[in-house]
Design a protein around this ligand. Structure first.
Ligand code: FEO
Length: 135
């Protein structure tokens, strides 16, 4: 069973670019979760790198648009992004050095982060962008 499933009701931001990226991000997290549950270290490494690469890309997409639109919540939003990226980069480095493992607890942590961040933080830019003609 998939760890996380995108629905408009639960995760729709009212900005189609973010919604599409969130769906891809969820797919990558589910792939990592499957590998973690199987305990396949090689598959975990590939899936971890793919997930983190895309998370960085996704955060940059949001940050670029927030800055372009003069979004007032930019700094606080970016700080949340930076915290997760720092945590992920540390784990990625330790995993590849053989100093840490990625387990279902790790993927659950990422899911919990998304379950908090998307509705509480990402949702705030939707109406702001919509008012400026960005759907
Ligand atoms: Fe969709 Fe702010 O991350």
């Amino acid at each position: 069973m998939a760890l996380i499933t995108w629905t408009e009701e639960k995760y729709g931001t009212k900005w189609s670019v973010a919604d599409q990226q969130h769906q891809h991000l969820f797919d990558l997290l589910n792939t990592l979760d499957d590998a973690a549950k199987a305990g396949d270290r090689s598959a975990i490494g590939s899936a971890l790198d793919a997930l983190i690469d895309f998370v960085v890309k996704h955060f940059q997409t949001e940050e670029d648009e927030m800055q372009k639109q003069g979004y007032p919540g930019y700094e606080a939003h970016k700080a949340e992004h930076d915290n997760l990226v720092a945590t992920c980069a540390d784990l990625q480095k330790k995993f590849h050095a053989g100093e840490a493992e990625v387990t279902p607890d790790t993927t659950q942590f990422v899911k919990d982060w998304l379950d908090n961040h998307i509705p509480k933080v990402d949702f705030d830019y939707g109406p702001y962008f919509n008012e400026r003609g960005i759907q």
